[in-house]
Design a protein around this ligand. Structure first.
Ligand SMILES: Nc1ncnc2c1ncn2[C@@H]1O[C@H](COP(=O)(O)OP(=O)(O)OP(=O)(O)O)[C@@H](O)[C@H]1O
Length: 256
């Protein structure tokens, strides 16, 4: 039985009459990682926002999104209980006026004592590879590096103990070492279903079991990662793969 299922999802902007997502159908197996790649403006973030129920009223949404056969399109409770989000540019997600400790504690909504909640914070900060956690907790967002902040955001997502993580370009503002480390953290999470959006097909291929490629609001390729790289029939996907290969070659030649 499929877990998270998107069926014939189409979104039109009522004001401009533009089709923003066109007949998207995806099945996501439990505890697997789905990569979503595609050109800028193809609808990757909109797809994430729609799953999370974060669309605006000008959008006309048709189709179905179900989790374990339950409709989630208009069910904010199921979304709240099951999903959490990791965004790009972590610095924008934090309030600059409060230290990390306050913001992490605020995000834990369970009825535990402050001491117990702090233990949870430290457990997850360690899980995402952060050291000197007491110092991190006392820091203000601007006192941490981009990589540290992105890790804190993942730690906050993990404190919420949700089954599904939507990660929209979680590494796009990071250098390549931090990108790889964040990808590895996500890859090694147990019992999580993850939808990860990225421009970087090569990065996604390290982590995703399946990949969908979006172009002009449509899914133009949908397959397991190996098939995408070895046997895609879609011209745009072939173009993406060749671009990435050329970039890797250039990168390697720079190192020589
Ligand atoms: N609430 C909205 N109302 C109207 N149009 C929207 C809305 N949200 C997104 N769009 C439009 O939908 C299209 C897809 O946007 P989206 O942000 O999903 O692109 P994307 O693939 O994530 O691009 P990028 O890689 O640049 O972040 C764009 O043309 C955008 O302007």
């Amino acid at each position: 039985m499929r877990y998270l299922k998107i069926e014939n999802l189409s979104i039109k902007d009522n004001k401009t009459k533009e089709i923003l997502l066109d007949d998207i159908s995806i099945d996501i197996e439990k505890n697997t990682i789905l990569g979503v790649v595609g050109e800028s403006g193809s609808g990757k973030s909109l797809l994430c926002k729609t799953i999370l129920g974060l669309t605006s009223s000008n959008l006309n949404i048709k189709g179905k999104i179900t989790l374990n056969n339950k409709d989630i399109l208009n069910n904010s409770k199921i979304i709240k209980d099951n999903f959490c989000v990791i965004l790009q540019e972590a610095i924008n997600a934090f309030n600059p006026l409060y230290p990390i400790k306050y913001q992490m504690l605020e995000s834990i909504k369970t009825k535990q004592s402050k001491k117990e909640k702090l233990k949870i914070c430290i457990k997850y900060l360690r899980k995402v590879g952060l050291k000197r956690c007491s110092k991190i907790l006392k820091s203000y967002p601007h006192e941490l590096s981009g990589g540290q902040l992105q890790r804190v955001m993942i730690a906050i997502a993990l404190t919420q103990n949700r089954k599904i993580i939507i990660a929209d370009e979680p590494t796009s503002s990071l250098d390549s070492i931090n990108q790889k480390e964040i990808i590895n953290i996500l890859k090694n999470l147990k019992d999580k279903t993850i939808i990860i959006v990225s421009h970087d097909l090569a990065l996604i291929s390290h982590i995703a079991k399946d990949i969908i490629v979006l172009k002009d609001s449509k899914v133009v390729e949908k397959a397991d990662t190996k098939t995408i790289f070895t046997n895609t029939k879609d011209e745009y996907t072939k173009f993406l793969i060749s671009t990435q290969e050329n970039l890797s070659k250039e990168f390697i030649s720079c190192l020589k």
